[in-house]
Design a binder for this molecule. Structure first.
Ligand code: UVW
Length: 321
């Protein structure tokens, strides 16, 4: 096996970069593009009032679709009606006799539908905006999920259905596409990807998780997705995409087919450009509705949980069309 090149070698010394564009203290990156005029542009897309919630279920009996090495949510019920059974004195005895149920959960913050913090991924010792990667130690003191959660993400969303474009239920493992494919699919759908659009891409791969077994899903794990090229990164920068949202665990083809490098777009788009990444987002129902009346743009709104110093946080985005 030949050794993979370094991220710096793949992306180049002069990789497209937005560091400093919003000042030395920025922790929002391209979400800065989403000002109130962008909110109104999104609202302008609402025609029928249909609502879609895009989070996958947490603690599904089958398990949760997570990146290898992570675990499904572990939810434990610590208080329920049996807590007040005969001989059990530990449960709170409230005047009036009210009972209640409580759960404790252990979750990976990246273990469900989620936003990544801009400081979630890095190379060469620097995270988004040039902050030292040591700021990640013990919790993200820079570019955590908190600023994204405090701001919220609202704007015009556009869905590109790559699976439908290729006539497939879902893309295959390792199958790739680029910005030119997105533009071709958009043209076929009759929609334009506009400047500052929140870009949603459906591969059908999350649906595949629910249809197949975990063994099959993780065998030779290599999700389909966008593949790195300098031109693709420049297209993202020029189109000023604030947020990339996909129905895969990691937003891009897991292993770059040309170099063998893992997750180069996390570095090129998130670490260098400041594009917010949202993963494990359920798009099948939305895609069905969009295909029915051939309307692929809508109001998109999301706010991850406000986890102090978090590397990311669960989210249940809402689309209104
Ligand atoms: C990794 O960081 C490995 O993946 P994700 O962005 O999907 O959390």
């Amino acid at each position: 096996m030949t050794e993979a090149p370094s991220m710096r070698e793949v992306l180049g010394e002069d990789a497209p970069n937005n560091w400093g564009k919003w000042g030395p203290d920025d922790e929002l990156g391209c979400l800065n593009y989403l000002d109130s005029s962008e909110v109104l542009r999104g609202i302008g897309e609402v025609k029928t009032g249909e609502v879609f919630t895009l989070q996958t279920q947490m603690g599904h009996p089958k398990g949760d679709p997570v990146f290898p090495g992570r675990k499904s949510m572990e939810r434990e019920n610590v208080l329920d009606e049996s807590s007040w059974g005969p001989g059990k004195d530990d449960a709170p005895q409230f005047p009036g006799g009210v009972h209640y149920a409580d759960d404790v959960a252990k979750i990976f913050l990246q273990g469900s539908s989620q936003y990544d913090a801009l400081g979630h991924v890095w190379y060469d010792g620097k995270i988004w905006n040039g902050y030292d990667a040591k700021t990640t130690i013990g919790g993200l003191s820079k570019a955590s999920i908190l600023p994204i959660a405090e701001k919220g993400v609202v704007g015009r969303g556009v869905l590109i259905d790559m699976a439908r474009h290729r006539g497939k239920e879902h893309l295959d493992k390792g199958e790739t596409f680029d910005h030119n494919d997105l533009l071709a699919a958009a043209e076929k759908q009759g929609v334009t990807i506009e400047r500052h659009d929140i870009l949603l891409i459906r591969t059908g791969f999350l649906g595949y998780w629910y249809k197949t077994t975990p063994e099959e899903f993780y065998d030779d794990f290599n999700e389909p997705g966008l593949t790195y090229s300098r031109e693709l990164v420049e297209w993202f920068q020029q189109t000023e995409i604030p947020n990339l949202v996909t129905d895969t665990i990691a937003n891009e083809v897991t292993k770059d087919p040309e170099t063998g490098v893992m997750l180069p777009l996390h570095c090129a788009l998130m670490r260098n450009l400041g594009v917010a990444l949202s993963e494990v987002i359920w798009l099948d129902d939305l895609a069905e509705a969009c295909a029915r009346d051939n309307r692929w743009s809508f109001l998109y709104a999301a706010a991850p949980l406000k986890v102090v110093e978090g590397t990311g946080a669960p989210v249940n985005p809402i689309v209104i069309r």
